[in-house]
Design a protein around this ligand. Structure first.
Ligand SMILES: CC(=O)N[C@H]1[C@@H](OP(=O)(O)OP(=O)(O)OC[C@H]2O[C@@H](n3ccc(=O)[nH]c3=O)[C@H](O)[C@@H]2O)O[C@H](CO)[C@@H](O)[C@@H]1O
Ligand SMILES: C=C(OP(=O)(O)O)C(=O)O
Length: 434
């Protein structure tokens, strides 16, 4: 079993480069399925376990997927499989994003039901509602959902009950090859949706309005492979911004797009942290005491739920009382109990966590319950007395490239250690990317 050992007290200084966005690259890799001619080349692909998992899904479907450093090449021209097995979908819910492209290309898809996870039940009803409205028939059974359509999907108007990121992406991909025009209303507006639309349009699709609440897709006959560079990861950027703040550091978060992290930047500024756009990135400087704030997670451009846990770690060491309200997922407070093991003073009232800041946390053995909870515990460890040991690292490996190395180069006292008896994380299977 691997663990991260961090000793608190060091101030982070220097610069850190942000990798390509996990949540942008996953749907883009799924979208390569739509290309019946030519290869797709995706630059700035982050070396993450989730990327390997979706690549394995594509290989299982008959595509060729090859990594050359941070360049991913997908040849989906001879793809003919339509089933994504449980073994791969259970590792990562985003595997479900292959359903839209498969349905569009092959008229059939059979995907294991993704189920819930540590942050909530995570239903897929909005994805299925969209496919059905486009003419697909849906059947559930034996832990799978199977969708079929005779001929092409039909463009239609689809109103999402919630602006689901995954449903917007899945329906958008399905609609690219549909007959006629599809309009997605109450669509998610996240930057990752815009990046996917850019990729699809470069493949020959006709998608307009991505990044607004209404997306219009005129179906085309065929799509082809293309070349694309993935946007920088705004959640990784936000995590390093909080890392700078929690250690009272001075860090240039290189490559981050200010507009994508505006909500996080605004909260940090409100707390008294200096956050400014600079040539090449975002400068974050914190000194002395910070002020408490109230944070409410919302769909983009609101405060991202994927930054909620990291922000809570910072508020745990901010003088005064702060509140964090989670409105996107119904159960995304699993990190609270772990932070409390480090002496954080937090109580949960319904969908809110009330945090009474303490001067310092106290190092402890803690376990990551999900990806961002893992990041939050590492951040908390940097603001704790003594040693913090974080386990459950397979969660962190899903979404952060070399978190430990990047923090260490900024001056953190942090190391990742392996205990010989246990299974190594799956990144070890891809040493050429290490
Ligand atoms: C791979 C990826 O991009 N993951 C991100 C994506 O997840 P994901 O796409 O799964 O998240 P959604 O935007 O779909 O979920 C948002 C909310 O909508 C609900 N919902 C969703 C679909 C549905 O059919 N029915 C329904 O009720 C969910 O339960 C949740 O409460 O967006 C989330 C919200 O920003 C982020 O936390 C995840 O990091
Ligand atoms: C919740 C997340 O991802 P996923 O949707 O892949 O579980 C995340 O990136 O924080």
């Amino acid at each position: 079993m691997d663990k991260i050992i961090v000793r608190g007290g060091n101030r982070l200084t220097g610069r850190v480069r942000i990798h390509g966005a996990k949540n942008a690259v996953l749907p883009i890799i799924a979208a390569t399925i739509l290309g019946t001619t030519g290869k797709s080349v995706i630059h700035e692909t982050p070396a993450l376990d989730d990327v390997y998992t979706i690549s394995d899904v594509l290989r299982h479907l008959g595509a060729q997927v090859t990594f050359f450093g941070d360049r991913l090449v997908v040849d989906a021209t001879s793809l003919d499989g339509y089933e994504a097995p449980y073994e791969l979908v259970r590792k990562m819910r985003a595997s479900f994003l292959v359903m839209g492209p498969l349905l569009a290309r092959l008229g059939r898809a059979r995907i294991a039901l993704p189920g819930g996870c540590a942050i909530g039940s995570r239903p897929i009803d909005q994805h299925l509602k969209g496919f059905e409205a486009m003419g697909a028939s849906i059947e559930m059974g034996h832990g799978f959902v199977e969708a079929r359509v005779h001929g092409r999907l039909k463009g239609t108007r689809i109103y999402l009950d919630v602006p689901s990121v995954g449903a917007t992406e899945n329906i958008m991909m399905a609609a690219t090859l549909a007959e006629g025009t599809t309009v997605i209303e109450n669509a998610a507006m996240e930057p990752e949706i815009v990046d996917l639309a850019t990729f699809l349009n470069a493949m020959g699709a006709r998608v307009r309005g991505a990044g607004t609440g209404t997306i219009r897709i005129d179906g085309v006959e065929a799509l082809h492979g293309t070349t694309h560079t993935v946007i920088p990861d705004r959640i990784e950027a936000g995590t390093f911004m909080v890392a700078a703040a929690i250690t009272r550091g001075n860090v240039l978060v290189e490559g981050a797009i200010y507009d994508h992290v505006r909500a996080v930047a605004a909260k940090l500024s409100e707390m008294g942290v200096y956050v400014e756009e600079e040539d090449g990135g975002i400068r974050v400087v914190a000194e002395g005491r910070l002020r408490p704030v109230d944070v409410k997670t919302l769909p983009y451009p609101g405060f991202p739920t994927d930054m909620q846990a990291q922000m809570m770690a910072l508020l745990a060491v901010t003088e005064g009382t702060s509140t964090v309200t989670e409105t996107v997922f119904e159960n995304r407070f699993m990190h609270v109990e772990e932070l409390k093991r480090m002496n954080a003073q937090i109580r949960i009232e319904g969908r809110s966590a009330i945090i009474d800041g303490v001067p310092r946390l106290s190092g402890a053995k803690v376990c990551a319950t999900d990806l961002r909870a893992g990041a939050a515990l590492v951040l908390a460890g940097m603001a704790a007395d003594g040693e913090t040991e974080v386990t459950g690292l397979h969660h962190i490996d899903r979404g952060y490239v070399d978190l430990v190395g990047k923090l260490r180069r900024l001056g953190a006292d942090i190391a990742r250690v392996s205990e010989p008896d246990a299974a190594a994380p799956s990144t070890r299977a891809y040493p050429h990317l290490a």
